[in-house]
Design a protein around this ligand. Structure first.
Ligand code: 5RP
Length: 225
């Protein structure tokens, strides 16, 4: 296992402390997508008997949860999600994030919007001063692709189609390279308003509430100010 994988496992384990208050209750726990979220799911497995339900941000995570005998329900079946645990591709000091490297950004944003507390679990390589080195994923309606490539190029980025990839919702993804995102909240709003955009993978208006960051010195916890 690489050092990065060990850090991911450490934060996945630390996240158990954030969800443990809901073990033995009827709460549904929100579960994200990606390699770090996969490790969190594996940690949950030992507590399957105390977890009433989960909601998952992707078919992939739902399948992994079910493979451990953990119940997955549709988000429409629950009235609230007290806590949502997910990874990020990049996160800044304000706990704004780029997400969607795994293509699950739309469902991630929906679960995050419902959740009372968003816990981001990430290894230290994800922490950045300015968002944008990681290409910004945008889920789009396919017929709008050429229009959106032109519009996003005007914002200074270089949009590239994620070739051969369709989201769980049957849409395409443009990954926008070369952005330096100094004002994540306003860029999120601006891109959201372009016709044909389903979701932009900028999580600034609803960023993380808690970051568990794995470094060689241990897991550091920080909270949104
Ligand atoms: C999936 C995501 C993931 O949270 C993000 O890509 C981080 O993944 P990983 O934990 O594998 O680094 O947004 O859509």
């Amino acid at each position: 296992m690489s050092i990065q994988d060990e850090l991911k496992r450490a934060v996945a384990r630390a996240a158990l402390g954030q969800v443990a208050p809901w073990f033995g209750t009827n709460a549904a726990i929100g579960v994200g997508t990606g390699s770090t979220a996969d490790l969190f799911i594996d940690e949950l497995a030992a507590h399957r008997g105390s977890i009433a339900a989960t909601v998952a941000s992707s078919d992939r995570s739902a399948a992994r949860l079910r493979s451990h005998g953990i119940r997955v329900v549709d988000l429409n079946e629950v009235e609230s999600v007290p806590v949502y645990v997910d990874g990020a591709d990049e996160i800044d000091a304000s706990l704004a994030m780029i997400k969607g490297g795994g293509g699950a950004l739309t469902r991630e944003k929906i679960v995050a919007a419902v959740a009372q507390t968003f816990v981001c679990i990430a290894d230290a390589s994800k922490k950045v001063e300015v968002l944008g080195r990681f290409p910004l994923p945008i889920e789009i309606i396919p017929m709008a692709r050429s229009f959106l490539v032109r519009e996003l190029s005007r914002l200074g980025g270089e949009p590239r189609l994620r070739d051969g990839y369709l989201t769980d919702n049957g849409n395409q993804i443009l990954d926008v390279h070369g952005l330096r995102i100094t004002h994540p909240r306003s860029l999120e709003e601006q891109i959201n308003q372009l016709p044909g955009v389903v979701t932009v993978g900028l999580f600034a208006a609803r960023g993380a509430d808690i970051l568990l960051l794995g470094s060689p010195d241990g897991v550091q916890e920080s909270r949104r100010k």
